[in-house]
Design a protein around this ligand. Structure first.
Ligand SMILES: O=P(O)(O)OC[C@H]1O[C@](O)(CO)[C@@H](O)[C@@H]1O
Length: 553
């Protein structure tokens, strides 16, 4: 069977010991496997009754495999072997991890940054197939990406529809539009599975399979693991992990809210799994003023050395490199934090483990883990700003190539980037976090992520880094729906060349600016401090930001 290891220590072990017996008595695992939609209370019943297909989708997903293989071979015979995936959040994170782990090329277009999108259409169109993935079929980023790539294909003299493959729910606007346009193939997804639980449905399997990943093996690993996760037994790793994550937040004698889950996957062969877990946990739990904030860090960074009361560490390990790691063991002493969960195993096993654990955590937190009510508020604000751009209310502070705007507080002051950053960090509550949100090019400007550990060290608090608008479909839910203890740093920029979105009344540059401003508006409306650094010149502005962060230490 596929390997799966889990070990817990400190508060994680305590929480599991406290909660697992009750979950076993309650037959939580077998009821979840039987798709019992009453497990999260009456308020969640309606949504849960439509969203539990992921616990047993293996039979439903297998028939997709020959179709995917046949299409891949057909495309390869035409010289088409580059897969560009347009899709946000649950519609792109899983295939990204699957392909990165398998070492196959997949170009994920989950951005509205004109510079990043331009780079994707600047080359390789003759060998490109576009996969458009959207469950709702109405996500503005995905629709804009589709229009732009299709137009680029057409301009290159290629029949765009014959190079478009669609994954969507039956009856969605995208399904209708695709049928009319006559795209190469439409894969109807299983509507009983929500976006972030859809790794092993058409959303994960079609793009990854077309790119050449071994998706059959994933289904096998997941099915074998699910047999273990369905057992009403105290050693069930899904119950244990879910209790460790959600259990430290519920009433316990210690009374400590451990609501930051610091994830480190350095050394794990499951490349990028942290980003997939981040969306699953943040969007599923961050609501009604509660939830768990995932914080992805690299090995050896500040948060790993914390003894802060509100932090739990999750280590994703390489089981083959570990001796003696086992389900229900105690984590060995190589970890730096006293409160740790450590897990490893095949990717299919990890997908199932974290999905089950999230469902368990949701139940312990008393929330509905299948909706994302606060994502809509930022979408609505962005739509409003696109339709009628708001006049700037106050003149920004200008420091060199950077315009500085502050909202949500009158306590953040300063006339330089460095002063304003220092002042922002002073607003951090003792249980707070800093969220860095860069609406930039996550490929060409990836080095910006290096500022995260420096900012975390200066803040002395957990610090997340998200690329906009990608994070809006992940930690964005927690920022607004979870406890309002965040302080926010937005980094935005114009692009040297903007991109028209065909047949839409906005450019990509206007869209990404509206997304950043809309999110800032909602966060500030919740009374949380937001600093926006608008880079008038990308290179000069980024250098200035780097210098300002250096000056904080
Ligand atoms: O697949 P869709 O409907 O385009 O949605 C993409 C993402 O947007 C959200 O619906 C909201 O952020 C996510 O849950 C989802 O994964």
């Amino acid at each position: 069977m596929s390997s799966l290891s889990l070990s817990l220590r400190g508060a994680a072990r305590e929480a599991a010991d406290h909660h697992v017996p009750g979950l076993v008595d309650h037959e939580f695992a077998s009821r979840l496997a039987a798709q019992d939609h009453t497990l999260w209370g009456p308020a969640a019943e309606d949504e849960a009754s439509k969203r539990l297909g992921w616990v047993s989708l293996f039979e439903g997903s297998r028939p997709l495999l020959p179709r995917i293989t046949a299409l891949r071979e057909e495309l390869a015979a035409e010289g088409v072997d580059r897969v560009v995936l347009a899709g946000m959040g649950g519609s792109s994170l899983a295939p990204e991890v699957i392909c990165a782990t398998d070492g196959v090329e997949l170009t994920v277009l989950d951005s509205t940054d004109p510079q990043q999108v331009s780079a994707v259409i600047a080359e390789g169109l003759e060998r490109t197939v576009l996969v458009v993935s959207s469950k709702s079929g109405s996500t503005v980023e995905t629709d804009s990406q589709r229009r732009i790539v299709q137009q680029a294909l057409t301009k290159a003299g290629i029949d765009a529809q014959s190079r478009t493959v669609v994954v969507t729910d039956p009856g969605s606007p995208l399904a209708e539009q695709s049928a009319e346009a006559g795209v190469r193939a439409v894969f109807e997804a299983d509507p009983s599975v929500g976006g972030r639980y859809s790794a092993l449905t058409a959303f994960g399997l079609v793009p990854a399979g077309l790119a050449g990943a071994d998706v059959e093996a994933l289904l096998e690993e997941a099915e074998e693991t699910m047999a273990v996760l369905a057992e009403d037994d105290s050693s069930n790793p899904g119950l244990q992990l879910g209790s460790a994550i959600g259990g430290s937040l519920s009433e316990r004698p210690a009374g400590i809210l451990r609501n930051k889950l610091v994830i480190t996957d350095v050394g794990s062969p499951l490349v990028g799994l942290g980003a997939w877990i981040e969306q699953l946990i943040a969007e599923s739990t961050g609501k009604e003023g509660t939830g768990v904030l995932p914080v992805i860090v690299a090995d050896g960074e500040p948060e790993l050395h914390t003894d802060a009361d509100d932090v739990l560490i999750a280590e994703i390990i390489d089981v083959d490199a570990e001796d003696g790691a086992s389900v229900d063991g105690d984590a060995a002493d190589t970890v730096v934090s006293p409160h740790t969960v450590r897990t490893g195993g095949s990717l299919g096993a990890q997908f199932m483990l974290w999905e089950i654990a999230t469902a368990v955590a949701g139940s312990l937190l008393g929330i509905n883990p299948f909706d994302q009510p606060d994502v809509e508020s930022a979408k609505k604000a962005a739509r409003g700003l696109l339709n009628s751009p708001a006049p700037e209310t106050a003149e920004p502070v200008v420091d060199g190539a950077v315009e500085i705007r502050v909202s949500g507080t009158d306590k953040v002051t300063g006339s330089t980037v460095s002063e304003v950053l220092g002042s922002l960090l002073k607003q951090l509550p003792s249980d707070g976090y800093l969220a860095v949100m860069a609406y930039l090019d996550r490929i060409a400007e990836a080095h910006l992520e290096d500022l995260r550990p420096q900012l975390a060290a200066a803040a002395g608090r957990p610090t997340t880094f998200g690329w906009g608008p990608r994070f809006l479909h992940s930690t964005g839910q927690f920022h607004k729906g979870g406890p309002h203890v965040g302080v926010f740093l937005q980094i935005t920029a114009g692009a040297a060349e903007d991109l028209e979105v065909p047949e839409r009344p906005f450019t990509l540059g206007k869209l990404i600016a509206a997304q950043a401003d809309g999110d800032a508006q909602v966060l500030a409306g919740h009374g949380m401090p937001v600093v926006q650094l608008r880079l008038k010149d990308r290179a000069a502005g980024l250098q200035q930001l780097t210098d300002a962060v250096d000056s904080l230490s």
